[in-house]
Design a protein around this ligand. Structure first.
Ligand code: ADP
Ligand code: MG
Length: 233
């Protein structure tokens, strides 16, 4: 699903310190993996580079079998769906229905296919009743599920989530964890919510200042207090 070899990413060519430096890892189909690390560690940067928003400065990257470069961008983004940290960055059409249909319409899916996928996803997330509501008037928890519906409707093979539990109250957070746990999709979850990582992901990658400082079983990494402390967690 993902192969990164010595991947480095910078926000601008002047910056001496890259946001990601020599990052190597791979993710197999069916894996559910948490990306953890202190603020500024490079979690969001890594997700943005996977969908080609930030090109590699050096190293190699393949997502769903392709480098996410200009030539493959459309195909990569159909297969690898990124849910942004802030649902307000994702929801931009007036109603939820228009928002969810936007992606598939853009990719030229038939109206029948769009309607049936949308009904399935809204039902699965338990938000069918919100379909005609105004996106900007939804609660934090409703917005999060709406944004998730917008990525799931594309039937991606790789789901990339940036801080999915942010903006959620405890009940909405538990609901989201239950929903994500029920999806049989390859998932990479950037999160500072270590409890969520523990509940959902058998494997963790720990980032520190743009480098991988640990990659392994969640139990091992989250159980190592010294390691977490050394990495600002
Ligand atoms: N738009 C940007 N322009 C310049 N630097 C950025 C930008 N976004 C993030 N950075 C820098 O890149 C590094 C990694 O940030 P980020 O990926 O957002 O970390 P995280 O998601 O782990 O909190 C940080 O040093 C941050 O300051
Ligand atoms: Mg981030």
């Amino acid at each position: 699903m993902i192969q990164a070899a010595s991947l480095s990413v910078s926000y601008n060519s002047q910056s001496k310190v890259p946001a990601l430096e020599e990052v190597s890892f791979s993710v197999e189909a069916g894996e559910r993996l948490a990306l953890i690390g202190a603020n500024g560690a490079g979690k969001s940067t890594l997700l943005l580079s996977l969908v080609g928003i930030l090109p590699p400065a050096s190293g190699e990257l393949r997502v769903c079998g392709m480098p996410p470069d200009r030539k493959n961008l459309s195909e990569v983004r159909r297969r690898a769906a990124l849910m942004f940290q802030n649902p307000d960055d994702q929801l931009f059409m007036p109603t939820l229905e228009e928002d969810i249909a936007f992606g598939p319409r853009n990719y030229g899916f038939t109206e029948d296919a769009i309607q049936s996928r949308m009904a399935a996803v809204l039902g699965e997330l338990g938000i069918s009743h919100l379909k005609n509501r105004l996106s900007h008037k939804l609660s934090g928890g409703e917005k999060r599920l709406a944004a998730l519906a917008g990525v799931l409707v594309m039937e991606p093979s790789l789901l990339l989530l940036d801080e999915p539990s942010s903006f959620l109250d405890p009940r909405a957070r538990r609901g989201l964890i239950r929903i994500l746990g029920g999806l049989s999709l390859t998932m990479l979850i950037a999160t500072h919510d270590l409890d969520l990582a523990h509940r959902l992901c058998p494997r963790v990658i720990l980032l520190n200042h743009g480098r991988i400082s640990a990659d392994g079983p969640t139990e091992e990494i989250l159980g190592n207090e010294t390691l977490l402390e050394q990495n600002g967690l």
